[in-house]
Design a protein around this ligand. Structure first.
Ligand code: NAI
Ligand code: NA
Length: 387
């Protein structure tokens, strides 16, 4: 039997575990081919460790010889379904880390919950000697239980103020379709800030500090996106952008109270990439495909692992520490936002239509990345094997 990908619009319904292993292995191979960090972290907690930027951060930390504790929300296999891709990423990463003599533990459950906080505290106490050097906050989710009432709060991806109309990719149908984002209500903006903003990040760091678990030189990062003018109505000026501004607000707060302890907190602005979370953002895909087309031609393309290695090597664990912008943010979107890149991207976006996008922009690149996130589309993997 040949296992084929099942996709509903932009959501993958299945995965191919040996391909997930290949995807993790390729990131590990990349990291091992780079120069090792000097003074890298030794004990790292990653919230959102199973895919995308969180997994790549974990692998970058592994490359520095770190023990890692990864928290994620994933589904294990059941009688009639395979588990989620992130579930297998967790397992395979741990296998590889252990082969290299490094500790890797996976905690699967809700990172917002009290019980997950308790599990993390007891693991740091038991297995990390009570201290952590780096916390990476890389959750991407649409829902969080209210810390007081327990009721579910849902984020929305909407514009703010005025509606947005554009095109978005339906991966299942391989079509660009018209999409309209309605302006969010104030309540929806608040909810999105609650789910994707900085409150939970700061709460985690405060909790670890209260338990005296922040090592000397402790660092924490959370990932943000800003993007060029052409995506701002959907992202930066929309509900998600409001949540990202709230990340920055909390980073500033933590900066004030961590510095006396020899620690620091930074928002890291990443480039646009294909992940489970990003393909879900209506209207962003034409931009991503245009960006990939231009940056690949210019030799400036990076995936999650290249971004995270560069973050660790040239910023977090660089001798002089990170270079920061005027707002104290680390800018991993520096290549994406170059004028020469954006002027070509804009030219493509002016021409893109539902009829020409497969040739005009990097449709195949986006599709391949999406398939590989779920273990499909590797030419060295045999999809005829079952399991
Ligand atoms: P992703 O979907 O690949 O990863 C999300 C992670 O969060 C997974 O490990 C998932 O299991 C975990 N997670 C979700 N809900 C959870 C919960 N309740 N408890 C525990 N774990 C949970 O997404 P991606 O793209 O790597 O996103 C990570 C961060 O990077 C987000 O803050 C996103 O906004 C940011 N970012 C993403 C960009 C992109 O283009 N993909 C660009 C710039 C920033
Ligand atoms: Na992640």
């Amino acid at each position: 039997m040949i296992i084929t990908p099942e996709v509903k619009n932009v959501v993958a319904l299945n995965c191919f575990p040996p391909g997930c292993k290949e995807a993790v292995q390729r990131q590990v191979d990349y990291i091992r081919s780079q120069s090792a960090l000097k003074n890298g972290p030794k004990r790292v907690l990653i919230l959102g460790a199973s895919s995308g930027f969180g997994l790549a951060s974990r692998i970058a930390a592994f490359g520095a010889g770190a023990d890692t504790l990864g928290v994620s929300f994933e589904r294990g296999p059941s009688e009639d379904r395979s588990g989620s891709a992130g579930w297998y990423n967790n397992l395979y990463f741990r296998e590889i880390a252990e082969e290299h003599g490094l500790y890797a533990k996976n905690l699967v459950g809700d990172a917002f919950s009290v019980s997950m906080r308790e599990q993390v505290l007891s693991t740091i106490k038991a297995d990390f000697g009570g201290k952590v050097d780096l916390v990476v906050y890389s959750l991407a989710t649409g829902v969080r239980p209210d810390p007081e009432s327990g009721n579910l709060i849902r984020s929305v991806i909407k514009s703010v103020g005025i509606p947005y109309t554009g095109l978005t990719l339906n991966i299942e149908k391989e079509q660009l379709e018209a999409v309209t984002l309605e302006p969010a209500t104030l309540q929806e903006i608040d909810n999105t800030i609650k789910v994707m903003g900085g409150e939970d990040w700061a709460d985690w760091i405060e909790l670890l500090n209260r338990h005296d678990m922040l090592a000397d030189g402790f660092k924490t990062v959370a990932y943000s996106y800003i993007g060029p003018e052409s995506t701002q109505a959907i992202y930066h000026k929309g509900t998600l952008g409001h949540a990202k501004k709230d990340l920055q607000y909390h980073a500033e707060m933590m900066h004030e109270w961590l510095r006396p302890l020899g620690g620091d907190a930074w928002v890291t602005v990443c480039k646009a990439l294909v992940t489970k979370a990003s393909v879900f953002i209506p209207g962003l895909s034409p931009y991503v495909m245009a960006l990939f087309k231009v940056t690949k031609a210019m030799g400036l393309h990076e995936g999650c692992i290249e971004q995270m290695y560069r973050l660790f090597f040239t910023h977090l664990y660089a001798l002089n520490g990170p270079s920061l912008d005027a707002e104290r943010m680390i800018r991993m979107d520096d290549w994406e936002l170059r004028d020469d890149v954006q002027s070509q991207v804009n030219q493509l976006l002016e021409k893109i239509t539902p009829d020409n996008f497969k040739d005009l922009v990097d449709y195949q690149g986006l599709r391949q990345d999406f398939m590989q996130l779920n273990g499909f589309g590797f030419d060295n993997i045999d999809y005829e094997k079952s399991k």
